[in-house]
Design a protein around this ligand. Structure first.
Ligand SMILES: C[S@@+](CC[C@H](N)C(=O)[O-])C[C@H]1O[C@@H](n2cnc3c(N)ncnc32)[C@H](O)[C@@H]1O
Ligand code: SF4
Ligand code: SF4
Length: 451
């Protein structure tokens, strides 16, 4: 299954291309209750004003509003949603309203019969929290309820045979050294995928991710996504200063608790301010929030935003606001000089999207005449290699005498500006002309063949 088919996952190119005030509301996550029978050490509950059970009519009202704009995915969470009396009823309601993916986040403690009834009612995605692989520690994570950890593990095994089950693993400083063990154990239960995350309050790098066996990664696309990011030094949480300053995700994704709608589930859990009250104006209010809120100034987003959300917002920038110099994602930290073939191979073998520009330096012809081809070539190479790329510049590649491609994460204009200044300082007094703004293998071929 591809990531974008799963729902992490709905965050796809196709979705982001449509995102606007009138696009479908793709996902909503509703906190049905704050009640819980566990006491996970890292869990901080919700703000006072969000406590209690959400009235069932209100849950249905939210489903009504969002399903008018084509709601495709819903997640019921909490607290522990299986303790919410109307859970089966709201699941059925979502199904009647045409919601395609109905998910619950649970601690796995309910009876297998309840889970089976939920599946019958329409649940087709169950996320179970599991942060331990031995019963002693497991019982502690389950709030000390005797025999509960075993019950959770049995439920996971049984449910994995019936529907799409993922494990949610949260690690803290205390448990960071168990990451590998817990993942191997989780994999052995037959689940479809594993989501790992560091507890928000610790936000540690999960170093053991480097050691996860390849066969396990090949079975679990979400886990692989996280591990791949980790190996590229990209943490699961947090914005870097290069990341897009707006959050398009709020336009067609939402989190609901108490009387309010929030930018996203992370924002809600971190105690951030709601966008507004539940009601017919929610969509417009979300769009306004998107337009007016700079997430680079928001402490919650800076510290907690998740890798997928960051990537999605980058994609939005690329498709909607690139202003000609469109942005694509690139996590390659190396600076290198490649041949055309090398460059094409790199792009082909890398499913990362790049943003970049082809440069045609007007002055090269004169330089060639003055210095000769080889000397010009060497000089250009020298300019490139001596130019100090910041992390945000990511990568620049040069592939022929007067044809250049610069690949970068974003802010190409600034990059070019600085590059030009650098060229001046090297007495390379030329102007560039941008030939292409989208970098794909085909573009490269075209640029070589056309001229
Ligand atoms: C709050 S729980 C609610 C649903 C259900 N009770 C459960 O545990 O899956 C939703 C998710 O948030 C995660 N979570 C709770 N506290 C967290 C924290 N401090 N940092 C990161 N994730 C956290 C849980 O592990 C779980 O995957
Ligand atoms: S089971 Fe879920 S809601 Fe309950 S304490 Fe653990 S993380 Fe929090
Ligand atoms: S945490 Fe990320 S997804 Fe949530 S509002 Fe901030 S930028 Fe958007």
């Amino acid at each position: 299954m591809k990531l974008e088919d799963i729902g992490f996952y709905t965050l796809s190119n196709n979705r982001v291309k449509q995102t606007c005030l009138h696009s479908p509301m793709w996902r909503t996550e509703i906190l049905l209750t704050d009640k819980c029978n566990f006491k996970c050490p890292y869990c901080r509950g919700v703000k006072e004003e969000l406590r209690g059970d959400m009235p069932i009519e209100k849950v249905k009202y939210v489903i009504d509003i969002w399903s008018k704009t084509g709601l495709k995915n819903i997640r019921f969470s909490g607290g522990e949603p299986t303790l919410y009396k109307g859970l089966i009823e709201v699941v059925k309601y979502a199904k009647i309203k045409g919601v395609e993916r109905i998910a619950i986040s649970t601690n796995g403690s309910a009876s297998i019969n309840l889970y089976k009834k939920l599946i019958e009612a329409g649940v087709n995605d169950i996320s179970v929290s599991l942060d331990a692989c031995c019963s002693t520690f497991g019982e502690k994570m389950c709030g000390g309820i005797k025999g509960m950890w075993k019950n959770v593990v049995n439920n996971i095994k049984e449910l994995s045979k019936l529907t799409y089950v993922t494990l949610g693993m949260v690690f803290t400083e205390e448990t960071a050294n168990t990451v590998k063990e817990v993942i191997i154990f989780g994999d052995s239960l037959g689940v479809a995928d594993i989501r790992i995350i560091s507890a928000a309050q610790s936000n540690i790098m999960l170093k053991q991710l480097n050691e996860i066996p390849k066969q396990i990664l090949s079975r679990h696309p979400i886990l692989k996504y996280r591990v791949d990011n980790f190996t590229k030094s990209k943490n699961v949480r947090g914005l870097s200063s290069d990341d897009y300053h707006k959050c398009a995700l709020v336009i067609d994704d939402s989190a609901i608790a108490g009387n309010y709608h929030f930018p996203c589930i992370i924002y809600l859990r971190e105690g951030g301010k709601h966008i507004g009250e539940i009601g017919p104006d929610m969509r417009r209010e979300r769009y306004e929030w998107f337009k007016n809120h700079n997430v680079q100034y928001d402490k919650i987003c800076i510290k907690n935003c998740l890798d997928v959300c960051v990537a999605y917002n980058h994609m939005y920038w690329y498709y909607n606001e690139g202003a000609g110099l469109k942005e694509r994602l690139c996590y390659d930290n190396d600076f290198c000089v490649l041949s055309k073939t090398g460059l094409i191979e790199t792009l082909k073998n890398n499913d990362t999207l790049y943003n970049g520009v082809f440069l045609d330096f007007n002055g090269i012809k004169e330089l060639n005449e003055k210095l000769g081809y080889d000397k010009t070539n060497d000089t250009l190479k020298d300019v490139f290699t001596s130019y100090k790329f910041r992390r945000s510049d990511i990568v620049a590649r040069y592939f022929s005498g007067d044809e250049f491609i610069i690949l970068a994460k974003h802010n190409i204009i600034e990059l070019l500006d600085r590059f030009e200044k650098h060229c001046f300082s090297k007495n390379m007094n030329f102007k560039y002309k941008i030939l292409y703004d989208i970098v794909t293998v085909q573009d490269i071929d075209k640029s070589i063949n056309v001229r």
